[in-house]
Write a protein that binds this ligand. Sequence first.
Ligand code: SAM
Length: 174
Amino acid sequence: MPTVAVLRIGHRPERDQRVTTHVGLAARALGARGMYLAADDPGVIKSIEDVVARWGGDFFVENNVMWRRCIGDWKAGGGRVVHLTMYGLRMTDVIDDIRNQDRVLVVVGAEKVPGDIYGLADYNVSVTTQPHSEIASLALFLDHLFEGSELNREYPDAKIRIEPSGAGKKTVES
Ligand code: SAM
C-alpha cells in the first residue's frame, strides 16, 4: 500500500477552520501519514496535534507550506500527486493503478482551486461526478485505496483508546 499524505489548499482561516481540521482528522483516522496545510493557521495545527497526542500514532501536520513547492518536492522524491476534483477521472477506473504507487500526495481544495493544479497532478480523480465535500471525497478515496484495511488500525502510544461496545461508551486510559 502506498504511503499517503494530504495537501490542503485554498484554506481561508476566517471560514474553513472546522472543515480543514476535519480534513486532517479524517486523513489521520483513515490511514494517511500526515497533512500539509497551504495556509498559516496554527489553531488548526494545534487541534490536530492535540488529537495525535491523546489518541496516538505519528500523524504529522505542517503549517504554511507553499503548495507548488510541496507538490514539486513530492514529485522530485518520486511520489505521485492525486488531485481530488469532480472533473477528474472516475476513482473506480484509476484506484488500482494509484494503489501500485509508493508515495501518494492527495490534494484537496476549499474554494475554487488554481487551474494549474490540474496539469501538475499525475491523476485528477473524481469521487462521483457531483459536487460535494473535500472530507467526503478524501474519506472515500482513502477507503478505496486501502481497501478497508485502514479501518481497524492500532495507534501506538495512545493515552486513550476505545473498547468497541454495543452499548454505552468504554474507554481505556494509559
Ligand atoms: N467549486 C470548487 C471548484 O470548482 O474547485 C470546489 C469546491 S468543493 C467544496 C472543495 C473540494 O472538495 C474540491 O476542491 C475537491 O477537492 C473536493 N471535491 C468536491 N466534490 C468532489 C468530487 N465529486 N470528487 C472529488 N473531489 C471533490
